[in-house]
Design a protein around this ligand. Structure first.
Ligand code: GLN
Length: 483
């Protein structure tokens, strides 16, 4: 059963082929046996999950069950969960128990899911390899000497290792798509404003978006359906109606125009990854799509612009962790200043401190124009490139990452090399667009992700193209061996 997709598991529950309690026990048992070697979970809530599963079974029996009733999933530990620890993988919040649920959590609860626990991640979602977590790195189930990607690495490893049917993630610069690519999953970053950020611990507020990490596009459509929509508690959440994401999954791709950005297939892209993407392009042609060369000339500036904007926003957002209101407080402070300084010094890890320093510097009075303002101008140029491209095409196709998963420790001493692993994902966040990553042919037994980028609020089109590709191929069904 654990090898079935979320859609198939929901169906099996509805037909009574398995109960939610049985399915939840199956996953809890797998977590118990396999997670010691992966470290995908920070918190497992066996008792809570079994209670939710028993309630789901009652609803299933009574016939008024919502769409995802009884399906066990996991939440990235960045979403506040009432009564259950929300750590953001930081020592700062190691003992933080949120007094309320994030909107994503409450909406999925209303859709009937069972929550198995909270997944590991990079500290405050800052990272591309899940090595900045205070709870230690996550291992990639395809090769446990390699990283699962980040920052939603725990969610990715958990879904890939079949420790849950699906999971939530967040994507500020690639943190859903990049780990999905490195772990052989489907990961969708929705348009900015599509999903509420209420109760999702803020990293960079103008970029953060929550989305599903699943085995296939159909599962992503089901989860997004439950997550998306206006929320009066988040002023940046769009008052835009939510379409039926499953309705158009099978639409014909004939005549669909797909753009191939020249800049994404240039220097820096691994040759075998490129060949895999080319093979997928051929498949899309076979499905009737028309491929067009396009340009995104400012993409090279996306990483430098992001590493001004994101740290600037994080330095402001993380100011709230002051040892007074939330989280870690140092022992015996001499005075208020000492309390602030030592609580933050002890509570935050190295990467988080690096970002706070860069952000505070970039926002300081003498440098604001040179850095922050400049980065915002570049951001506009990047958004304009996409607007121009979408005059000619319906979707954009690109690699998700320049290479397959790398070895644990390989890039930890060189932050700039680490930052460059997001070279193909970051522009999308700067422009606020939706994008997803789906698995294509692996390279040397390791997963490769292909990215599809859509127009603002164009999630349905993305899911349709991804679903048709997955109907024609079976890369998304492959599982790591030994699990
Ligand atoms: N890897 C990027 C960073 O370190 C993106 C992280 C994210 O999307 N949360 O900031």
């Amino acid at each position: 059963m654990y090898n079935k997709t979320l859609a198939q598991q929901a169906e099996a529950l509805r037909k009574g082929e398995i109960s939610s309690v049985e399915l939840t026990r199956l996953y809890l048992d797998r977590i118990e046996r396999l997670d010691g070697g992966l470290n995908a979970f920070i918190t497992v809530d066996a008792e809570g999950a079994l209670a939710q599963a028993a309630a789901a079974d009652q609803r299933l029996a009574s016939g008024d069950a919502p769409a995802l009733c009884g399906v066990p999933i996991a939440h990235k530990d960045i979403f506040c969960t009432q009564g259950l620890r929300t750590s953001c993988a930081s020592k700062m919040l190691d003992r933080f128990i949120a007094p309320y649920d994030a909107t994503v959590v409450s909406r999925l609860h209303d859709a009937g899911v069972v929550v198995l626990g909270k997944t590991n991640m990079d500290e405050f979602a800052m990272g591309s390899s899940n090595e900045t977590s205070w709870y230690g790195p996550v291992k990639n189930p395809w090769d446990t000497e390699r990283v699962p990607g980040g920052s939603s690495g725990g969610s990715a490893a958990a879904v890939a290792a079949r420790l849950c049917a699906a999971a939530t993630g967040t994507d500020t610069g690639g943190s859903i798509r990049q780990p999905a690519a490195l772990c052989g999953l489907t990961g969708l970053k929705p348009s900015y404003g599509r999903v509420s950020r209420y109760g999702m611990i803020a990293f960079a507020s103008s970029l953060d978006q929550a989305g599903p990490m699943t085995r296939c596009a159909e599962d992503a459509a089901l989860l997004l359906q439950a997550m998306a929509g206006f929320d009066p508690k988040d002023s940046t959440c769009a008052e835009e109606p939510v379409p039926d994401y499953c309705a158009g999954l099978n639409d014909d791709l004939r005549g669909l125009k797909i753009g191939l950005p020249r800049e994404f297939f240039a220097e820096g892209l691994d040759a075998e990854v490129a060949a895999s993407i080319e093979q997928a392009v051929t498949e899309f042609k076979r499905l009737g799509a028309e491929l067009v060369d396009i340009q995104l000339p400012h993409n090279a500036l996306s990483v430098p612009a992001y590493y001004v904007v994101a740290p600037a926003e994080c330095s402001s957002n993380l100011a709230r962790f002051d040892g007074v209101r939330f989280g870690h407080r140092c022992e015996n402070p001499k005075d208020l200043e000492d309390l602030y300084k030592r609580s933050r010094q002890e509570g935050f890890g190295t990467e988080v401190k690096r970002r706070i320093l860069i952000g505070t510097y970039a926002l300081s009075a003498g440098y604001y124009d040179a850095y922050y303002l400049k980065a915002q101008q570049i951001r506009q140029l990047i958004a304009n490139d996409f607007t121009e491209a979408f005059r000619q095409v319906d979707l954009i196709l690109a690699p998700t990452t320049p290479e397959t998963t790398f070895k644990l420790g390989e890039k930890t001493d060189d932050p700039v090399t680490m930052y460059l692993s997001d070279i193909y994902t970051i522009a999308v966040n700067l422009a606020g667009l939706p994008a997803l990553s789906i698995p294509v042919a692996p390279v040397k037994g390791l997963p490769v992700g292909m990215q599809l980028i859509g127009r603002y609020f164009g999630e349905a089109r993305l899911l349709n193209a991804a679903h048709r590709y997955q109907q024609a191929t079976d890369w998304h069904l492959q599982a790591p061996s030994g699990i």
